[in-house]
Ligand binder design. Structure first.
Ligand code: APR
Length: 230
């Protein structure tokens, strides 16, 4: 077992107090996803969308990495082979937990994207109120979030890592959103072992070689201990 790819979703941050997307009421923080997480929603009501993400960004200050984030950071620091953590999450809990080999495929709350010049500056304040882009000075910043219908980031690097991995682990994702939901199929095609960790069986569970069910804060540290023990 040399090379590992780990895909994470909202479930790994749930025990830190970050709400998942697909709760029982089908709403994300009181909104339908299509009202806040599409380019069309931003065109229709930019103030609503900016305020929504401003609130999510501000809420990062009230949450902290949990044992699962910290365990993955330990694995990242100690694992001698290739390792890549691919997160669908837009929070910053993996990096605050200490992870280094990390890609945010759906963007980051703490970054803005200028629709004028393409700059993607680090951003900790609000975007409502239309502050100017630090590079081109135009007031054209949006959240640097990959919305539905947009192309996820880093796909070439992710595909290459999956093609070369021996173990693919999916943690806390419902498997409802593509292309991430297909990574397990790509991993299987490249001959990797596949493992799902989730609170409960997901739509994708039958696609994995094996699955473990329970909270990420327990399952992830246990898996990391096993991997580091060889
Ligand atoms: N431990 C492990 N898994 C958990 C926990 C927990 N404590 N709590 C919840 N889960 C699992 C749920 O069972 C569910 O399968 O996490 C998953 C969360 O699923 P979603 O809310 O659909 O989140 P995710 O899969 O990350 O969503 C993917 O959808 O809206 C888009 O772009 C957004 O990145 C997001 C993408």
């Amino acid at each position: 077992m040399d090379n590992i790819v780990i895909l994470t979703g909202a479930g790994i941050s749930a025990e830190s107090g970050v709400p998942t997307f697909r709760g029982p009421d089908g709403l994300w923080e009181g909104h339908r996803v299509e009202d806040v997480a599409t380019p069309e929603a931003f065109d229709r009501d930019p103030v609503l969308v900016q305020r929504f993400y401003d609130a999510r960004r501000a809420a990062l200050a009230t949450v902290a990495p949990n044992a699962a984030h910290r365990a993955l950071a330990r694995l990242d620091a100690a694992w001698p082979g290739d390792l890549l953590i691919v997160t669908q999450n837009v929070d910053d809990l993996h990096e605050r937990g200490g992870a280094k080999r990390l890609l945010h495929m759906h963007g980051e709350l703490r970054r803005a994207l200028c629709t004028g010049c393409g700059a993607a500056p680090a951003w900790d304040g609000d975007l409502s109120g239309d502050p100017p882009c630090p590079r081109c000075r135009q007031p054209r910043l949006r959240p640097d979030i990959v919305w539905f219908g947009e192309m996820p980031y880093h796909m070439d690097a992710i595909e290459a890592a999956i093609a070369g991995c021996d173990l693919f682990v999916s943690i806390g994702t419902s498997g409802a959103v593509y292309p991430a939901a297909n990574f397990v199929r790509w991993a299987e095609a490249s001959g990797a072992a596949t493992l799902e960790l989730n609170l409960e069986p997901s739509a994708g569970t039958p696609l994995f070689d094996s699955a473990r069910h329970g909270p990420a804060s327990l399952l992830v540290p246990a898996l990391v201990a096993e991997l580091l023990a060889g």
